[in-house]
Design a protein around this ligand. Structure first.
Ligand code: ADP
Length: 290
């Protein structure tokens, strides 16, 4: 018996069966059951082909993401560098009038925003391709958080920041820039998702073998149904979409990946309309990793 392997109108090959015993030829019943087998084989072959095509498409997407974000970053870095240079010269030498100074400020701030988005895409591409590198050096978490708060305070007019710090040394083995990115992301989200201002509380403490950083805001909060999906790629809660607060849904995914690569964890508590608290735990230097 030779049966075509046909699935969704396409022939993927043929199934050939040969019986050695010439006295017992195949009958109708054999044909019917083998037809069923051929149908299943064809379906399995088609599924395998679809799976291979999907895998290939993912590789192409990741390559595109890596190339596009890298190629966008190079010219932007030069443009942003010159815009900042001009800003500094303008401050020193008062070259521009008020309107042009404002225009230059917009170029620099929108350029910085674009740079942030491109960096997120680059991180996403690094994670997808397994190239997110994490340095392993001692990092002083207290100093890092204090620095971040000091740098952020002058940029705020509607929000206040309270930093609660027990003063104990909190040394982590990890990547300073990446840990700064985690704290920065949580703080910027706390600001962004409190559109009417309010107080933001950062707390750094020691809990057993862990350092704990929490960032609490009194903003729009997160619907309960969204909490389990919050750290997945591109996820944005429906309340912030409805309020037209812009974002990509990449930041928390990257934060989660960075924290995991430091053998830490991140959790969130929130009540919609009342605010959110994000809590990051990181093993302290000398802590045993399980
Ligand atoms: P983005 O802010 O660019 O959308 P994130 O990955 O940083 O992306 O956050 C994912 C989603 O989590 C946000 O879209 C928002 O729905 C929710 N979220 C994060 N932080 C907060 C917060 N402090 N308050 C309320 N919602 C938040």
């Amino acid at each position: 018996m030779i049966l075509p392997l046909r699935a969704r109108g396409q022939i993927h090959g043929a199934l050939t069966l040969v019986r050695g015993d010439a006295r017992r030829p195949y009958d109708r019943h054999d044909l019917a059951s083998i037809e069923q087998l051929a149908e299943r084989c064809a379906l399995a072959l088609e599924n395998a082909e679809l799976y291979r095509a999907a895998q290939r498409a993912i590789v192409v997407r990741d390559q595109f993401l890596a190339i596009a974000s890298h190629e966008l970053k190079t010219p932007l870095t030069a443009m942003l560098g010159y815009a900042r240079l001009l800003q500094r010269r303008n401050q020193r030498e008062h070259l521009l009038g008020e309107r042009d100074t404002r225009a230059l400020k917009t170029i620099a701030s929108q350029g910085a925003r674009l740079e942030g988005l491109i960096n997120l895409l680059l991180d996403l591409s690094r994670i997808e391709t397994g190239h997110l590198e994490i340095a392993t050096a001692p990092v002083d978490l207290r100093a890092l958080v204090h620095r971040l708060v000091e740098d952020t305070l002058p940029t705020l007019d509607q929000h206040t920041i309270t930093l609660i710090d027990t003063g104990e040394p909190l040394i982590i083995i990890g990547d300073e820039l990446r840990l700064e990115q985690v704290a920065q992301n949580l703080l910027q989200n706390a600001i962004k998702y409190s559109p009417h201002g309010g107080s933001i509380t950062l707390n750094i403490a020691h809990d057993g073998a862990d350092a704990v950083l929490s960032v609490a805001d009194q903003g729009v909060g997160i619907p309960e149904a969204s909490l389990p999906q919050l750290f997945t790629r591109f996820y944005r809660a429906p309340n912030v979409e409805a309020m037209h607060i812009s974002g990509t849904g990449i930041g928390l995914y990257v934060v989660h990946q960075i924290v995991s690569r430091h053998h830490g964890s991140i959790e969130v508590e929130s009540s919609e309309g009342h605010g959110s608290t994000f809590r990051v735990r990181l093993p302290l230097r000398g802590a045993r990793l399980s």
